[in-house]
Each structure stands twice: as structure tokens, then as C-alpha cells.
Design a protein around this ligand. Structure first.
Ligand SMILES: [Zn+2]
Length: 438
């Protein structure tokens, strides 16, 4: 990988280095005063994430000062050990960690594809955090592919007074779809359109209302609607629809969303994540979901990155929205099985999945182990002919695309077959909302 790929606006950088294989303790006990440390705005750090199946590099792009911070003013150090990536913001003068968050990216998924074993690629990426008042250091971490232990990958110091910090632009209007509470104490979701032309605003807003109705049909989102806000940004595309590369169909859509991601026909995503952030920043937000103007079934969702679903599929669109949102909000794992699948790069044997709803019994005690009744056998068999009223919390074999060796806590779930969320997922979602909405 050539280090000369992106070298720009270096005056903003006081120092930078890439350090590998440094194992860290990633929390900090210092109490953080939001008003002492942060300005109230959002800061965005854009970079390019490049590499292959085993190597990764980070190349700085730009720092942007955006609108009001929509996240919590209390929950600043994400305590959940979710995701494949993590970043920390450290006050330069004191060395205190003042913000930390976890996430996953499309690059992480691409690294598991055959293409990544023979090619190097770069993906535009970006993280947001409350804007620090003083100079700070941003550190990026990734999990080791084998050990799953966090390793520091990139460090850069930022001068908050640098004239290279780009002012954010509000290019488009936003509309409230559902307002449950104030910005700081609520989960703020922004819905973005792709492939809707300038005459299709009403169609997009109808799709947003449907997204909102779908989310609130499912527990625990239904009973937490008072601490969830949903806003839509109206940003039309030049042409209608989204790209279908495998069918030779290409359109001029604003966010470059497409099917056939990593050669999977129904997997819809976009590589242009910085473009997604540009449009999302027109509303206060913590969580992004893209609605695409197509009736073809498909979608995708990546933890603290974005979720995506077809707006026009008349079948199970609402359920697909909620399933993908389970991924993008808090990284819930897929609980379904791919028949005949026995090995997975995502869930290596002997390593506990970081997802709240899957276990390999390596670190089960931090999950739902304590919720299993003493008389329930583990692993738990599904009694043939039993229905939901007979089911108990247990450890049912199969999940994470694997038939064997990995376990879920309930026979069925939104993350398995688009039914109601299982009790394990419901409890984990509430815990996550409690953190975000503090
Ligand atoms: Zn579940």
C-alpha cells in the first residue's frame, strides 16, 4: 500500500503515526464534564480506510465542523464492547480520554471477501464526536482478526484553531417525522433518500412515515417512542432508482447506492459514506438509515455506520427496515443459519462473538446466561411442534450463518426470521437505549 495515496492539508496535523499491535485499555475513569470539554457542535473526521484481507491503513482526509451535537452529554465513553472498530478522543494537554465510540464499516466486511485476498482497496470513512474546545488526539483501533483483541492502528493530533477545519454545509431541508423528546436525551435517527427525483418528495415522506410506523410496531421500540426522534432530509437525485450492476443498470443517484455489493444480488449498500454524512448532517442525528427508491427486495445494516432498505418493496419492507436497523443501531447479529455452512471468518471457533445476541460459550457470563432457568438444558433443544408459548430462554444451536457451534437465546427473532425481537435482543436494545438517552 502506497503511503502517498492521500497527503493533504497537513497543516491541520500536528503529528501523526501508525502504530500496530499495541494492546490497550480502552476506558478511562476520569469524570468528563461535557460543558468544560466540548463546544456543543459536532466534529467530523474524514479519512480513507485501505488495505487487504490482513492489512489496514488509515489516510487522513479532512476535519469538518458541523451543527449541534445530537448525542448524549453524559454518555461519552461507549461501554459496550461491540464492533470491529473503535476510536477515542484524548485531550492533548491532560491525556484524558474525553470520548469513545465503537462501530463497524463496509471495509471490515470487504476484508472477509475473496477479493480482499488478491486486491487492495480503499473506502471513504468518517466518524463524528462532540467538538472539543481544546486540541485533541484521535486514535483508531481495530480488532485483531484472530485474537479479536483491540490494536491501535492510527493516531493524529488536531489543532482546533486550524483554518483548515471545514465549515459544514446544510444543503437540504429536514422534516420531523416523529419527535419523542429533546435531542440530548433521545436517540436521533435521520432518514435519507436515494434515487428519488425532485418530483417524488411526497413518495419519500410517505416511505419515512412507513419506516417510523414499522419501527414502532415492534417491542421494545414501541414502548420507547418517547425517547426516539426521527427526522427526514429531503435530498433528491437526478435520476430515479438505484444501481443494479449485475443487471447492467446504472443511474445518477445522489448517494450511489447499489445492489450486488460484494457480488450478493440483494445486498444494497453504498461505498460513499462521506457523501452519506454530508446529507445526514442537515439534521441532528446519531443513527442513519437510507431509503432507496426501488421495489427490489434487499437492504443492509452496519453497526454505527448506516442501515439501508428498499422503499418500494410491497412484501416485507417494514420488517426488513427494522431488521437492518437492529444491525445499524447496535450491531445485533443475524440469528439465521445458512444450511451447510460450517466455517465463518466472522465467527471463528473459540472466540466469543461481540454481538449481544450470539454466543460460542466463551464469554457467555456477560450475556444472557444468568437469564436461563436452572432446569433448562444447555444447549437447549426445540421440542418438535412447540410454539412461542412453550419456549423458554435457553441456548439454541445455530446462528451467525452457522449451523453448529454458535448459539442464540430463543427459537425465533426479528434477527432470524423477521418476527418479533426475541427476549435477548429486546433486553439488549433497552440497555443500549438507556445508555444513548442518558
Ligand atoms: Zn434476537
Amino acid at each position: 500500500m502506497k503511503k502517498s495515496l492521500i497527503i493533504t492539508a497537513l497543516i491541520i496535523v500536528l503529528s501523526s503515526c501508525a502504530t500496530k499491535k499495541e494492546i490497550i485499555s480502552y476506558t478511562n475513569s476520569t469524570e468528563i464534564s461535557y460543558y468544560d470539554c466540548f463546544t456543543g457542535n459536532t466534529m467530523r473526521f474524514d479519512f480513507h480506510h485501505a488495505g487487504n484481507s490482513t492489512e489496514e491503513m488509515y489516510y487522513f482526509d479532512k476535519v469538518i465542523r458541523e451543527g449541534a451535537w445530537a448525542g448524549s452529554e453524559v454518555s461519552l465513553i461507549n461501554p459496550f464492547d461491540y464492533g470491529e472498530q473503535m476510536f477515542r478522543i484524548i485531550d492533548s494537554a491532560t491525556g484524558n480520554v474525553i470520548y469513545k465510540n465503537n462501530y463497524c464499516t463496509l471495509f471490515n466486511e470487504w476484508q472477509t471477501t475473496p477479493e480482499a485476498t488478491i486486491k487492495e482497496r480503499s473506502f471513504p470513512e468518517s466518524v463524528i464526536f462532540p467538538e472539543p474546545k481544546e486540541n485533541f488526539i484521535i486514535e483508531f483501533y481495530a480488532r485483531n482478526k484472530t485474537s479479536k483483541i483491540w490494536e491501535k492502528k492510527y493516531t493524529q493530533e488536531v489543532d482546533v484553531k486550524s483554518y483548515h477545519i471545514v465549515p459544514g454545509k446544510k444543503l437540504y431541508e429536514s422534516k420531523d417525522i416523529h419527535i419523542g423528546g429533546n435531542i440530548a436525551n433521545s436517540l436521533d435517527i435521520v432518514l435519507l433518500p436515494d434515487g428519488f427525483t425532485s418530483t417524488e418528495k411526497d413518495k419519500f415522506i410517505d416511505a419515512c412515515q412507513m419506516w417510523c410506523d414499522a419501527l414502532f410496531r415492534y417491542s421494545p421500540f414501541s414502548e420507547n417512542r418517547h425517547r426516539i426522534n426521527i427526522r427526514a432530509v429531503w435530498a433528491p437525485s437526478k435520476e430515479k432508482g438505484i444501481d443494479k450492476p449485475g443487471a447492467g443498470k446504472w443511474v445518477d443517484n445522489l448517494l450511489d447506492t447499489h445492489f450486488y455489493t460484494f457480488d450478493s444480488e440483494r445486498y444494497q449498500m453504498t461505498e460513499e459514506f462521506q457523501k452519506v454524512r454530508d446529507i445526514a448532517s442537515c439534521a441532528p442525528y446519531e443513527s442513519i438509515f437510507i431509503l432507496t427508491n426501488t421495489d427490489k427486495y434487499g437492504g443492509g445494516g452496519i453497526y454505527n455506520f448506516y442501515g439501508l432498505g428498499s422503499a418500494g418493496n410491497t412484501g416485507r419492507t417494514g420488517e426488513v427496515y427494522v431488521h437492518e436497523f437492529g444491525h445499524s443501531l447496535m450491531g445485533l447479529g443475524d440469528e439465521y443459519i445458512e444450511l451447510g455452512n460450517t466455517v465463518s471468518a466472522l465467527y471463528p471457533e473459540g472466540k466469543e462473538p461481540w454481538e449481544a445476541n450470539l454466543t460460542r460459550f466463551v464469554k457467555f457470563e456477560g450475556k444472557w446466561e444468568k437469564d436461563i432457568a436452572e432446569e433448562t438444558p444447555v444447549p437447549t433443544p426445540i421440542v418438535p411442534g412447540s410454539t412461542e408459548k412453550d419456549w423458554v430462554i435457553g441456548a439454541y444451536e445455530g446462528g451467525g450463518y452457522l449451523e453448529k457451534g454458535i448459539y442464540r437465546g430463543w427459537p425465533e427473532c426479528m434477527m432470524k426470521a423477521l418476527t418479533d425481537f426475541c427476549p435477548i435482543c429486546q433486553k439488549a436494545i433497552v440497555k443500549y437505549l438507556d445508555y444513548i438517552c442518558k
